[in-house]
Write a protein that binds this ligand. Structure first.
Ligand code: CAA
Length: 388
């Protein structure tokens, strides 16, 4: 087992750290307050290559491995989890899915533009009545010969109001259950496609979350990803990788909480000394550091398995389950270490706690991750019993 990062991976990590400190940290409190993510900042992220990090160079991307992606996601998430969710959805849920399963024409038309950040992507699975139970899609895509007619509503869609390309899961044949679901590429501007109201959220307030309405949207057949009925499998496979992205986001919130708390504890005085000299504070920091490290190792293991072409479904679920718990714990402890200052916006840590919560919910709740892990370990155990 090798714990050393390559020179390239270290460079990506440093670049992302620098970008987070110099470009994301300034204005993050205001973006959280105003629920805005300026296009100029998005353009800067695109210029740095964050929006197409893992896309092959042949389609204009950075061609980086998943380990580099985890490192970059951690650094960006230390200061702005709203920025990092844009990076995560763009890379893992939209670009990766298109590159893995799209046709050459789809890649040329959409992936090349997503890779440079000219296009922003959104992944549309959740519905008012299909969240964790994702097979229960009510959005329909009726087969009309050369096109599908799409009707329905999607909920809580990250990048919903700013995206150019939407990967939309919809039922073509309900009788076939999840095997009747298709994934269609919907372009902003198609007739009948409408962006609904923006969500007023607890955390990641800088990220743009909307419901979407589809009223008789004609989507050409060539915009279907994969064979007829592949949509649910597409969504599940894509989410497996997405979970590594969100796990790394949670890791960044946790390690950011630790860094900020460590810095504060060295300057804040109580009872005649800096609070870092009090064992009560030291023990909190020691627990935080240990758990952050464990979360990082889980994220890097999932990424390494993915890069090696091995099964990473269980590892990704474990990384997300654990890192999101650590994000909640570390951000809450960071507030505690800050005392009263932790409860006000200028010290950042209250935002960290609000941002942390979503990592236990989106791209599969913690309960869904446990389900995925349990199914995987039970399958393995029963195989071992069969083998005797
Ligand atoms: N990877 C690959 N395939 C998978 C899979 C996985 N992780 N999980 C299920 N599948 C496949 C199964 O193999 C099965 O295929 P076959 O019929 O060919 O065997 C098919 O999918 C159906 O699976 P199940 O029978 O296990 O279905 P289920 O209903 O019992 O459970 C579930 C499915 C795992 C609970 C799934 O619904 C799920 O993951 N739900 C959570 C949805 C989710 O993560 N939503 C997040 C929204 S997106 C988002 O948040 C993006 C954002 O904007 C940030």
């Amino acid at each position: 087992m090798n714990f050393e990062l390559t020179e390239e991976q270290q460079m990506i990590q440093e670049m992302a750290r620098d970008f987070a400190v110099h470009e994301l940290k300034p204005g993050v409190i205001e973006r959280d307050r105003d629920q805005k993510f300026p296009r100029e900042l998005l353009n800067k992220m695109a210029e740095q290559g964050f929006l197409g990090m893992m896309v092959s160079p042949e389609y204009g991307g950075g061609g980086l491995d998943t380990v580099s992606y985890v490192l970059a996601m951690e650094e960006l998430s230390k200061w702005d989890a709203s920025a990092s969710v844009i990076v995560s959805v763009q890379n893992s849920l939209v670009a990766w899915g298109l590159e893995a399963y799209g046709t050459e024409a789809q890649k040329q038309k959409y992936l090349t533009r997503l890779a440079t950040g000219e296009f922003i992507g959104a992944f549309c699975l959740s519905e008012p009545e299909a969240g964790s139970d994702a097979t229960q899609q009510r959005t329909t895509a009726v087969d009309m010969g050369d096109h599908y007619l799409v009707n329905g509503t999607k909920n809580w869609i990250t990048n919903g109001g700013i995206a150019d390309v939407y990967l939309v899961m919809a039922h073509t044949d309900k009788e076939k259950r999840h095997k009747g679901i298709n994934c269609l590429i919907v372009e902003r501007g198609m007739d009948g496609f409408e962006v609904g109201p923006k969500e007023d959220k607890l955390g990641i307030r800088g990220s743009d979350t909307h419901s979407l309405n589809f009223n008789d949207v004609r989507v050409p057949k060539e915009n279907r990803i994969g064979d007829d009925g592949f949509g649910f499998k597409f969504a599940m496979s894509t989410l497996n990788g997405g979970r590594i992205g969100i796990a790394s986001q949670a890791l960044g919130i946790a390690s950011g909480s630790l860094e900020v708390a460590l810095a504060y504890a060295q300057i804040r005085k109580a009872f005649g000394t800096e609070i870092i000299n009090h064992q009560a504070i030291q023990f909190k920091l020691a627990d935080m550091a240990t758990e952050v490290d464990a979360a990082r190792l889980l994220c890097l293991r999932a990424a390494t398995l993915k890069d090696a072409g091995q099964d990473y479904v269980e590892a990704a679920a474990m990384a997300k389950l654990y890192a999101s718990q650590v994000a909640m714990k570390c951000s809450t402890e960071a507030i505690q270490i800050h005392g009263g200052n932790g409860y006000v916006k200028e010290y950042h840590v209250e935002r960290f706690m609000r941002d942390a919560k979503i990592t236990e919910i989106y791209e599969g709740t913690s309960e869904i991750q446990r389900l995925v892990i349990a199914r995987s370990i039970i399958k393995r155990a029963s195989r071992q019993v069969q083998l005797g």
